[in-house]
Design a protein around this ligand. Structure first.
Ligand code: ATP
Ligand code: MG
Length: 559
């Protein structure tokens, strides 16, 4: 309960009041109820942190429940990925793993109970007629001609629906509520439909499946959930949620709605993410550009950074969009403290130190993390041939370019001052090599005579460089809200064609050969990177840039 105080929001206010009046014997029991029809995304992480967090803060429980009532889109592969992602985020459902499909028999009984009370009926209207009878927002609906079917006939027809005597769509079971309700959800909603489809767990046992609104409240009720937290779009469904539970006189959880997470420059609906995967705009659900948990994991996000992000954005009652840099800052802040610094050259330009002995290699001492001296130092090889970034040299430097140019002296990080004396070009005039001299008295990067240089460059020793592929990422979409398109075009028209840059022959400091996939490093001046969890092999690691060092890049680009 103590931690709850630090995470106050309107939901904890409700919970506090419930505890005060001893509602449900002051129990707090929540659930995270994903439909296994896609991979989890960062929006789900918000819901996971909220539900598991509340349970933890109030010494309660949180169930992981698969809401698997729609066999047309659900798969076991999704179940497995969801379990993996929830665990990875750091939450433990212990022995509380449930499947709505395990309740199919009970749902059926609740439906029978409603029929017996003449609160549900089998309807033969086709979908088009049903829409017509439904009316509109400002116009009441009309009763279905099947609404007053006798109870016995309903029981018989519903049984025969279950037995598979009718084709898909031939009949439905509907709740009998109020066709003139101002809330369209209350106008005799469908509660069961016929679907001759194999279910990923129940197999071919059922050919009728309950609708979400009908099933969901019962799932909560069966599990004795106290606070059923869902996103705002279900606010208009709450009267229906309550109606089913009241009519059947079962345990009645309280539905509470909160604002879903929206992030700039990305989309968050599973349907749209699936489209990106199916149309191969991305390499899969776990593409490091995707806002999925598995994508963020490959990108190099840690569970802590995602949990901290969810804490930072809080829980509100009104929808809004969070800037994606809030998410990026959460991982930056963490990696700044935890990631080892190394040097890597992404766009290499060869430098030959002409006055350095040909066969000599020095081991230069470098600091692993200036933020944390306890992380120690390491040795970095230095020899006559090195690589620096192409962008760190300009033959004709513009006014504000302070890095290397002909005749100019700069510092190589941790090692020496060098001066460029000659530029070597190929036949097409491209710069391919620089000839420089070093000043042996500047070892460690300081000049004993107090000489100043205006730039410090990172570098990698050519002889020992570990050559690897590095992937840089930008926003997946070019628009803050990709769903806004012109002329009714699809959201994919807003995809960012430059969201992935693959650099094949990067030169990395030799320690990176032993990098463990998923563990972050700061490549000095370039950002945070980690070896990719999916595409790395033992012989060939592939590195992803998790996030840039924003400020440094901003400065570099201004030069
Ligand atoms: P999507 O719209 O992305 O398909 P969904 O709501 O259909 O998501 P579910 O599997 O039904 O996906 O979601 C499981 C839980 O996660 C629900 O309780 C839902 O409210 C919550 N959730 C889904 N998306 C978000 C989001 N963007 N922000 C916060 N919670 C979310
Ligand atoms: Mg859903």
């Amino acid at each position: 309960m103590s931690e709850a105080k630090s995470r106050k929001n309107f939901i904890t206010d409700i919970v506090d009041k419930d505890i005060e009046v001893n509602k449900n014997n002051a129990r707090v029991h929540t659930r995270f109820p994903p439909e296994p029809n896609g991979y989890l995304h960062i929006g789900h992480a918000k819901s996971i942190c909220l539900n598991f967090g509340l349970a933890a803060d109030y010494n309660g429980f949180c169930n992981l429940r698969f809401d698997d009532t729609n066999p047309s889109k659900e798969e076991d592969a999704y179940v497995q990925s969801i379990k993996k992602d929830v665990s990875w985020l750091g939450f433990d459902w212990q022995d509380r793993l449930y499947y709505a499909s395990d309740y199919f028999e009970k749902f059926y009984e609740y439906a029978i109970c409603l029929i017996k009370k003449h609160k549900a009926y089998v309807c033969d209207l086709n979908p088009e007629q049903m829409r017509e009878y439904r009316g509109a927002l400002n116009q009441p609906g009309k009763n279905s001609p099947y609404r007053e079917r006798p109870i016995e006939e309903n029981l018989d027809l519903f049984q025969r629906m279950k037995n598979g005597e009718f084709k898909d769509g031939a009949k439905v079971l509907r709740a009998k509520i109020d066709m003139s309700s101002p809330n369209l959800n209350m106008r005799d909603p469908v509660i069961y439909r016929i679907l001759h489809l194999r279910h990923h767990r129940a197999g071919d046992k059922w050919c009728i499946y309950p609708m979400y609104d009908f099933a969901h409240g019962f799932e909560d009720s069966i599990e004795k959930i106290t606070h059923s937290i869902c996103t705002l779009e279900f606010e208009n469904h709450r009267p229906l949620y309550n109606w089913f539970l009241e009519q059947t006189e079962v345990f009645h959880p309280q539905q509470i709605e909160f604002a879903r997470l929206n992030l700039s420059y990305t989309v968050m609906s599973k349907r749209k993410l699936l489209q990106l995967v199916q149309q191969k705009h991305v390499s899969g659900w776990d593409d490091p550009r995707m806002p999925t948990i598995s994508g963020l994991r490959r990108r190099g996000y840690t569970p802590e950074s995602i949990r901290n992000f969810c804490d930072t954005i809080g829980v509100a009652k009104f929808n809004s969009t969070i800037e994606i840099n809030v998410l990026e800052n959460s991982i930056r802040a963490e990696l700044n403290k935890s990631a080892k610094r190394v040097m890597a050259v992404l766009n290499p330009l060869k430098v030959i130190i002409t006055n350095y002995p040909e066969d000599k290699t020095e081991e230069i001492e470098a600091i692993n993390n200036p933020e944390d001296p306890s992380m120690g130092t390491r040795k970095v090889p230095f020899s006559r041939e090195l690589y620096i970034e192409h962008e760190d040299f300009q033959e004709n430097p513009h006014k504000k370019f302070f890095r290397l140019s002909l005749g100019r002296e700069v510092r190589l990080r941790y090692s020496y001052f060098i001066t460029c004396n000659q530029v070597i070009k190929d036949n097409e005039g491209n710069i391919v090599e620089l000839h420089c001299t070093y000043d042996p008295k500047t070892y460690g990067g300081d000049s004993p005579d107090g000489r100043k240089v205006k730039a410090t460059l990172h570098w990698v020793c050519a002889k020992n460089a570990y050559e690897a592929e590095v992937r840089l990422y930008d926003h997946l979409f070019t628009k803050t809200n990709p769903e806004v398109t012109t002329d009714g075009l699809d959201f994919t028209t807003n995809l960012n064609p430059g969201s992935l840059t693959v650099l094949k022959l990067c030169k990395l400091e030799p320690v990176l050969k032993q990098a463990i996939p998923g563990i972050a490093y700061q490549f000095e001046r370039l950002g945070y990177f980690c070896a990719d969890l999916a595409d790395s092999t033992k012989d060939a690691l592939v590195f992803n840039r998790t996030v840039s060092l924003r400020d440094t890049w901003a400065k570099v680009n201004k030069d």
